[in-house]
Design a protein around this ligand. Structure first.
Ligand SMILES: [Zn+2]
Length: 516
C-alpha cells in the first residue's frame, strides 16, 4: 500500500512480503533493502510478533534470533514505513518518484526505478534473480479527483473514510479513494509501479494465440482522442510479436498502456507511455532509415520487453543485453513483418551509427553494474548476424518462440541464453558471443580472390574467432577463421560478395587485401 502526499513529495506505505525458507543454516538475520532516507516505523512477523531490526544505509537487518523456521515453511514480514523517496530528475534514466503536473496543473505522478531498484521506494529483496513467484498486490490511496493505476487487474476501488470534516479544498483533505491492483504472474520488483493522474480508460480486446486478451489504455482525460488514434498500433504490434515470439506472456494480467510523466518503461502489464502520441522516438528515427518513423517507438520497444525483460529476466543486470538486444531486435522484426525483410535490414543497419564500442556489453557481476549501452544496437546487430548465418528465417522464428517457452517467466544468465542459441542454431557461436558481448573490437574480414577461389581471414578479433557468413542469393555459407582459408564460390556467389552486402548483414569490416 502506498499513499503519496503530493505537496510534501512524501509517501506513507505498508508492505507485506511472504517469504519461503529455502535453507535452514544462518537463520539469525535476514536482509531486506530500503534506500535512504526512507524510515521503517514498524516490522511485524506473521501479523503478531514485533521484530527487532536495524536500518543501516540502504539495508535493513532483521533479527530472527528468537524465531526458527522449518525448511519450506512460510512466514510474512509486514513493514510500515514512510519518508521522502528519491525524486527522479531525468526519469526514466535516473530513477525515483516523478512528481509532475499535467497541462492543466493537476498532479501527474509515477515512479521509474529500473537500474536504481525498487528499494528506492519500498522495502523488498532488491535482486532481479528472485521475483515474487505469485505476483503482487498494489494498493494506492489517492484523493477522489485522481485515478490510480497499477499492474495487472483492478480488483477493488473503494472510497475511504473522509479524513477531515472541514472544507475540502486541498488534495490532502479531499475524500480518498483506495485502488487495489493485482498482478498474478511473477514480476520484477522494478516493474511494480503506481501511476496517478486524471486518467480515463479506453478498453478493447485482441484475439490472440492464447485467446482473448484484454487491452486497457489509461490516458489523461484531454488526450483521449489522440490515444484512440495512436494506440491503434497495439494490435498490429501484438500480431507481429506473437508471430515471432509466441503468445503474449501475461494474458491473465492483460495488456495496458498507461500514460506516464516520462518517456516510457516496460512496466509489466502496465507499460508506461510518454511518447507524446508521435511516431518514432520522440518524433525521431533512431536508424535514420525512415522506417523508424512508421511506428511509435515506445509502443513497439516497451511492449517487446514483455517477452524479453518481463517474461525472460536476467538474474544480474550485467547481462541486460538479453533484455535490450532482443527488444531492440523486436523493432527490426516488427518492421520486417509489416514492411518486408529489406526494410527490417535497413532499419537494423541504420542503428549501427549509435554503437559506441566504449566498453564491453556485459557488465561486472554481483555489483549492480550494467555494461555498455551497446547492449541495444550492437547486441541487436549481433542477433541479426546470427539470423543471417542461420539463413533460415522459419527456423530462426521457431527458435525465438521456443526460447520464450523454455525460459517462460524465468530468470536467466547470459550463459543459458548463449547455450540455447548454440544448440538451437547448430552453429558454433561461442566465439561470436565472446567477441561481441565481451570485447569492444569489431572484427575485420580480410579477403582476396584468386580466380574463383576466395581467400578469407578474420583480424582485429579474439583468438580463434569464427562466424558463419551466408552469401545470398544462392545461400552459400562460408566460415572464415583467423588464418587464411580457401573457399569456393560460384559466379553468382561472387557477385554477391560485396562490401555493401556483407557488411549490411554482419557487424564487421570487409577489407579487400592484396594477394600475399
Ligand atoms: Zn528497453
Amino acid at each position: 500500500m502506498v499513499k503519496p502526499d503530493f505537496e510534501k513529495k512524501e509517501i506513507e506505505g505498508e508492505v507485506t512480503i511472504t517469504c519461503k525458507v529455502v535453507k535452514t543454516e544462518n537463520q539469525n538475520f535476514i536482509q531486506i533493502d530500503l534506500q535512504e532516507p526512507l524510515i521503517i516505523d514498524h516490522l511485524i512477523l506473521n501479523v503478531k510478533t514485533k521484530l527487532k531490526f536495524e536500518q543501516k544505509g540502504n539495508v535493513c537487518q532483521i533479527d530472527l534470533e528468537d524465531n526458527k523456521f522449518e525448511l519450506n515453511s512460510k512466514f510474512k514480514l509486514h513493514f510500515i514505513y514512510h519518508g521522502k523517496p528519491r525524486e527522479a530528475i531525468r526519469a526514466p534514466w535516473d530513477g525515483g518518484w516523478v512528481w509532475s503536473k499535467d497541462k492543466l496543473g493537476r498532479p501527474f505522478v509515477s515512479v521509474a526505478c529500473q537500474g536504481l531498484g525498487a528499494s528506492s521506494w519500498y522495502p523488498c529483496k532488491d535482486y532481479q534473480g528472485d521475483e515474487p513467484d505469485n505476483g503482487a498486490n498494489l494498493t494506492i490511496i489517492v484523493p477522489d479527483s485522481l485515478v490510480a493505476v497499477g499492474n495487472g487487474n483492478l480488483i477493488s476501488k473503494v472510497k475511504s473514510q473522509n479524513p477531515k470534516t472541514e472544507q475540502q479544498t486541498t488534495l490532502n483533505t479531499q475524500p480518498q479513494t483506495v485502488y487495489t491492483w493485482y498482478v498474478k504472474n511473477p514480476i520484477n520488483n522494478y516493474n511494480i509501479i503506481p501511476s496517478i493522474g486524471n486518467y480515463i480508460n479506453i478498453s478493447d480486446t485482441f484475439q490472440g494465440e492464447k485467446g482473448i486478451l484484454d487491452l486497457n489504455y489509461w490516458v489523461l482525460d484531454y488526450n483521449k482522442e489522440k490515444a484512440e488514434e495512436q494506440f491503434q498500433q497495439v494490435k498490429p504490434m501484438l500480431k507481429a510479436f506473437e508471430y515471432w515470439f509466441g503468445p503474449y506472456p501475461f494474458y491473465e494480467d492483460g495488456y495496458k498502456l498507461v500514460e506516464a510523466p516520462h518517456l516510457g518503461m516496460e512496466h509489466q502489464s502496465a507499460i508506461a507511455y510518454g511518447n507524446n502520441y508521435m511516431n518514432g522516438y520522440r518524433g525521431r528515427d533512431l536508424s535514420g532509415s525512415g522506417w523508424g518513423l512508421k511506428w511509435d517507438f515506445i509502443i513497439i520497444h516497451e511492449s517487446g520487453h514483455e517477452w524479453f525483460a518481463n517474461s525472460i529476466t536476467t538474474k544480474d543486470i550485467a547481462d541486460m543485453w538479453v533484455h535490450e538486444g532482443f527488444t531492440n531486435y523486436s523493432e527490426v522484426l516488427f518492421t520486417d513483418f509489416f514492411y518486408g525483410k529489406e526494410a527490417g535490414n535497413d532499419y537494423c543497419y541504420g542503428l549501427r551509427k549509435n554503437i559506441a564500442n566504449d566498453k564491453p556489453i556485459i557488465g561486472v557481476y554481483g555489483v549492480n553494474n550494467e555494461g555498455s549501452g551497446d547492449m541495444y544496437y550492437k547486441a541487436s546487430n549481433m542477433i541479426h548476424g546470427i539470423r543471417n548465418a542461420l539463413n533460415d528465417d522459419e527456423k530462426f522464428r521457431q527458435m525465438l518462440r521456443k526460447m520464450n517457452q523454455v525460459f517462460y517467466h524465468q530468470t536467466v544468465t547470459t550463459q543459458q541464453i548463449e547455450q540455447f542459441l548454440i544448440e538451437e542454431t547448430g552453429l558454433d557461436l561461442q566465439k561470436t558471443f565472446d567477441q561481441y558481448l565481451r570485447t569492444t573490437q569489431i572484427p575485420t574480414l580480410e579477403y582476396y580472390f584468386k580466380g574463383r577461389r576466395l581467400f578469407t581471414r578474420f583480424t582485429n578479433c579474439i583468438d580463434d574467432f569464427t562466424m558463419p557468413i551466408t552469401i545470398l542469393p544462392k545461400a552459400k555459407t562460408i566460415t572464415p577463421i583467423t588464418k587464411w582459408k580457401k573457399n569456393r564460390l560460384n559466379k553468382k556467389n561472387k557477385e554477391w560478395f560485396t562490401k555493401e552486402h556483407i557488411e549490411r548483414l554482419y557487424l564487421l569490416n570487409l577489407v579487400n587485401v592484396p594477394k600475399p
